[in-house]
Design a protein around this ligand. Structure first.
Ligand code: NAP
Length: 307
């Protein structure tokens, strides 16, 4: 099969495009002909060796995919060859930047006809992360106010729409060029972080969802009311200790399972959440896609059209 992969950690240029052996579906797995796979912020960190040092190469990056089942491993009876499915690899497993991937059947969901493979791949991991963060972890409620840091990004864009659907008031941060886009997602108040200090503009929030990390994450505690809670998904000082004893810092665990994928499908079907803006790349252009992702100013999602 063709795949985008790397043989050593480094910059985007270490990504190669070429032939690697086909994977095989083990017991409990399905083999999927990948039609689309998306780029996530974590992908370039793994490639650069920032999040972990890999010892086995070649390494195929990529966590979410959409495609068609071509073979079943032993014991799989809930799917048949030809079923269109999508999902996210188990924690610690990658390999979606390829024409084929073998995945545990229990964690994939059927792709609805109303969404394309590109759309399902774009939505998979960002939706699991946003749903796990906003609903499971922060348990955001109607009438609450939330500050969502980095609104124009993939996860945050989904989180804005989910928070509005829940009935919360949403404040978000982005550069000025993205404000119209964020208004279209439903944000009530948008702060240009290049021109304004959010700690001087926002106060007494019930919750913060941070997708930026570093100093932005640390300063986010300042906007919370007593008893407020903050969830952090980007890298930053570990552990994130609140400066006041009355604040709660949380690290959401993105649930990579079928019920959360189906929750996302229900939200899309209900019109609560729409598909993010998608920029399409060929797998052979993986290095170019990573350079954009690493630049930290992309809007929406980068998706590989694999076949
Ligand atoms: N993708 C996932 O499912 C997932 C899962 C778990 C964790 N994470 C982590 O979450 C983080 C975000 O990932 P992502 O893929 O959602 O985002 P992304 O698409 O990489 O987000 C980039 C966005 O960040 C904005 N931005 C950059 N600096 C900012 C600042 N100082 N203040 C406010 N906004 C700023 C940019 O908007 P402007 O152009 O307007 O600046 C840009 O739209 C990454 O660290 C990633 O590793 C992602």
């Amino acid at each position: 099969m063709k795949a985008a992969y790397f043989m050593e950690h480094g910059g985007p240029q270490v990504l190669r495009y070429g032939d690697l052996p086909d994977p095989v579906a083990k017991a409990g797995e399905v083999l999927i002909d990948v039609h689309a796979a998306s780029v996530n912020g974590a992908d370039w960190k793994v490639r650069a060796g920032e999040s972990a040092t890999l010892t086995a190469f070649p390494h195929i990056p990529g966590r979410d995919f959409s495609g068609v089942i071509s073979a079943l491993g032993a014991g799989v009876s809930e799917f048949k060859a030809g079923d269109a499915v999508f999902g996210v690899c188990d924690q610690g497993i990658e390999g979606a930047y390829a024409e084929k991937i073998a995945v545990r059947a229990a964690i994939v969901a059927k792709k609805p006809e109303s969404l394309t493979h590109l759309e399902c791949a774009a939505l998979a991991l960002i939706s699991l992360t946003a749903i796990s963060s906003i609903e499971d972890c922060l348990q955001l409620k109607s009438g609450e106010t939330i500050l969502i840091q980095g609104g124009a990004g993939g996860v945050a864009g989904f989180a804005i729409q989910l928070a509005k659907h829940i009935g919360a008031r949403v404040i978000t941060t982005a550069s000025a060029a993205n404000h119209e886009y964020l208004r279209s997602l439903g944000a009530d108040q948008i702060i240009d972080y290049n021109a304004q200090d959010f700690t001087q503009t926002v106060s007494l929030c019930d919750a913060v969802f941070d997708s930026i990390g570093g100093d932005v994450a640390l300063r986010s505690f300042a906007v919370l009311r007593p008893g407020g809670r903050a969830a952090f998904i980007a890298s930053g000082p570990q552990p994130l200790v609140p400066p006041r004893a009355d604040l709660i810092a949380l690290r959401p665990d993105a649930r990579r399972n079928r019920p959360h994928l189906e929750r996302m499908l229900a939200l899309v079907k209900a019109g609560a959440v729409r598909v993010p803006e998608i920029t399409v790349y060929a797998l052979a252009q993986a290095a170019a896609a990573h350079a954009v992702s690493e630049g930290r100013h992309l809007r929406g999602k980068l998706v590989f059209k694999v076949r």
